[in-house]
Write a protein that binds this ligand. Structure first.
Ligand SMILES: *[C@@H]1O[C@H](CO)[C@@H](O)[C@H](O)[C@H]1NC(C)=O
Ligand SMILES: *[C@@H]1O[C@H](CO)[C@@H](O)[C@H](O)[C@H]1NC(C)=O
Ligand SMILES: *[C@@H]1O[C@H](CO)[C@@H](O)[C@H](O)[C@H]1NC(C)=O
Ligand SMILES: *[C@@H]1O[C@H](CO)[C@@H](O)[C@H](O)[C@H]1NC(C)=O
Ligand SMILES: *[C@@H]1O[C@H](CO)[C@@H](O)[C@H](O)[C@H]1NC(C)=O
Length: 598
């Protein structure tokens, strides 16, 4: 009953509205913990692009692995129901965001789970190397590669990525004691290669004018110059008259040892911002050993510059935070083989107290869904659902390969999908290009998850497309129509002018669309915070209902992909939702009117 009392007090609702079932705690004999092991996960080979690299030698007694043993969460389906209600306009719980301690009271693993894992580690002589994570959802154990191999009955080997040359240490299978079944959700780094190859979703960078920024800026008025600038977006998406606000906080995710440049931002703001608010910058928050040098030491990241420049220009005086999450490729020769950074980033955010959370986060990083182990995708997506219930709107890029590049799994032709774009608990932003009319961008990511089922908020929109659209019949065997469909929305994705190392450059990618859409959402969120209202939180149920009419439906162009593998691959932009441009592009004026009355 304690759980229900805490919840109903926090939500000021009747306990029946939450309908939590309290799990019964199973009795467990403690010496079960190590008696018998079984293979927990096994890959038939490394993901496409990775090959075993026996030319790299590792000293398994010196190199270490920092292992995250994620414990099985409880009541996740119940929590998801609650999180969906909180995000659904018209529901009694709409906007009643939860504090993390309330969420943890629902979903946190049972004490028994961490007890059993700790007992196992002690039996294996690794008790001193283990600790429980701050939110008690995982056990972290750092030990030599040899010790971890013995623990998991695994064989770690170096693998090299054929195009990037990155080397990492992974195992193709691992085992766990049978007694831990139902207590452990996943163990990493083991079989997950994906986020090491995580790429920023920028696809093209080209010099615009190396010598004369001011002339370039002067020539760009609105969108007519062929180059997209904040001024152009302000006209296209009707936010030029947005009131300057300073409430709330806009968050930008940064990975891959990228950081933005303040001097580039200032050059950009002087030349391209709508109101010349060049005094505003951003603050850096460092996570997991991330870096954010203010000058010197190398070249600032194009992705980081793009994100901070457009977020800064669009959100005017709203504080911006660049979250620089460290986690470089592991040093095979003797360093620590760490967890990849996505979970570290989400864990960090969830541990923040309510007043420190941003209301919106823009994430322009992703990878092919098929390279992400199911338990990893599920864990990450569950953490996104918690961020939404905390009141954070999370926007993720849909990818820059249209419907895919490899387009084949185990010899079966199929469109390639992207994660976390495919997670039903994020808002996925696809790409458009041009403005007369604004059309689907050929390389904008779109499709149907083969991991996550279709969420209820998009049931009607997607069913309507599946039933009424006659442009996809030739390709319907290449996607799973019952999966979560994306993108949800779209924005401009080509010819964005940015400043990098003092020079103007043009870039393409859903990395352009994502901070653009996210910043417009933050304008709405800041307006709500200033008015004493909760932020919009997880957006999708709102976008697919009340807010649909505030989006401009894109009905021309198509995305493409799978070149040389599947002919005529792609989806056309049509009336209503479609897997090229989702529900469409933002009209701030209209969104504001709906946000104000929601
Ligand atoms: C949003 O939609 C819900 C459900 O249809 C409705 O109850 C509510 O009044 C709508 N709110 C606004 C502001 O339109
Ligand atoms: C939230 O965090 C800030 C900064 O860390 C701290 O000053 C404040 O006291 C915290 N508030 C609560 C309620 O813990
Ligand atoms: C690919 O084939 C292997 C071996 O037959 C199988 O274990 C694996 O599950 C298949 N993968 C997919 C995504 O179907
Ligand atoms: C299609 O998607 C559904 C829902 O996510 C899933 O249960 C099913 O396994 C998928 N089928 C294939 C062939 O991938
Ligand atoms: C956005 O909405 C406003 C208000 O309805 C309208 O006047 C304007 O033309 C719209 N902008 C675009 C670009 O469609």
């Amino acid at each position: 009953m304690f759980l229900l009392n805490t919840l109903s007090a926090a939500l000021a609702i009747s306990s029946s509205a939450v309908a939590l079932s309290i799990p019964t705690v199973a009795e467990h004999s403690t010496n079960d913990a190590t008696s018998k092991s079984s293979i927990y996960e096994k890959l038939s080979g490394p993901p496409a692009g990775w090959v075993r690299d026996d030319s790299t030698t590792i000293n398994k007694d010196i190199s270490t692995v920092k292992l995250r043993i994620q414990l099985m969460e409880q009541n996740m389906n119940k929590f998801h129901e609650l999180a969906m209600n909180i995000a659904t306009p018209g529901h009694a719980l709409y906007g009643k965001h939860l504090s993390q301690h309330v969420i943890d009271a629902i979903v946190a693993p049972r004490d028994e789970s961490s007890d059993l894992v700790m007992q196992w580690l002690e039996t294996e002589g690794l008790g001193d190397h283990a600790s429980i994570s701050p939110r008690s959802d995982s056990v972290i154990v750092e030990a030599s590669v040899s010790q971890i191999e013995k623990l998991l009955n695994a064989e770690y080997a170096p693998f090299v990525h054929s195009s990037t040359g990155e080397v990492l240490l992974r195992t193709l299978e691992y085992s766990l004691p049978d007694a831990l079944q139902g207590h452990v959700k996943m163990v990493q780094p083991t079989t997950f290669f994906g986020l090491r190859a995580m790429r920023s979703t920028i696809s093209k960078v080209r010099p615009i004018d190396k010598t004369n920024l001011v002339t370039e800026a002067g020539a760009v008025k609105g969108c007519s110059g062929g180059a997209v600038t904040p001024k152009c977006l302000a006209n296209l998406y009707s936010f030029s008259s947005a009131t300057a606000l300073s409430a709330g906080k806009m968050g930008i995710a940064g990975f891959l040892e990228q950081w933005p440049s303040k001097s580039d931002l200032s050059t950009f703001m002087e030349n391209y911002a709508t109101e010349g608010n060049s005094g505003e910058t951003y603050t850096c928050t460092l996570i997991n050993g991330g870096t954010c040098p203010s000058s010197g030491s190398g070249y600032p990241g194009i992705e980081a510059n793009l994100d901070t420049q457009y977020a800064r220009a669009i959100t005017e005086s709203i504080p911006n935070v660049y979250y620089s999450t460290g986690g470089s490729p592991p040093i095979v020769g003797g360093g620590t083989n760490q967890n990849e950074p996505y979970l570290e980033f989400l864990d960090y955010l969830l541990a923040l107290n309510d007043s420190d959370l941003p209301q919106t986060i823009s994430i322009s990083y992703g990878d092919d869904e098929e390279t992400v182990p199911l338990d990893y995708a599920d864990t990450t997506c569950n953490l996104f659902s918690q961020l939404g219930a905390r009141g954070v709107s999370v926007l993720v890029a849909s990818g820059d390969s249209g419907v895919g590049t490899t387009c084949s799994i185990n010899g079966t032709k199929t469109f390639t999908t992207s994660f976390p774009a495919s997670c039903p608990w994020v808002t996925t932003v696809g790409g458009t290009s041009g403005n007369s009319p604004e059309a689907a961008w050929t390389d904008g990511g779109g499709g149907f998850s083969s991991v996550f089922g279709r969420p209820s908020y998009q049931d009607s929109a997607v069913t309507s497309w599946l039933t009424n659209d006659n442009t996809h019949s030739g390709v319907s065997k290449y996607f799973n129509s019952s999966g979560r469909a994306y993108p949800d929305v779209a924005a401009q994705a080509t010819d964005f002018t940015i400043v990098a190392s003092g020079e103007a450059e043009g870039v393409d990618g859903t990395s352009c669309a994502t901070p653009t859409f996210a910043s417009i959402i933050q304008l709405l969120n800041s307006g709500r915070v200033a008015a004493g209202k909760p932020g919009l939180g997880f957006l999708n149920p709102w976008l697919y209902s009340n807010a649909t009419s505030a989006l401009t439906d894109i009905t021309t162009g198509s995305n493409t992909g799978c070149s040389g593998v599947i002919s005529n691959a792609g989806f056309e932009a049509v009336t209503g939702w479609d897997p090229a441009t989702g529900l469409g592009t933002p009209n701030y004026t209209k969104l504001l009117a709906i946000s104000d009355s929601t």
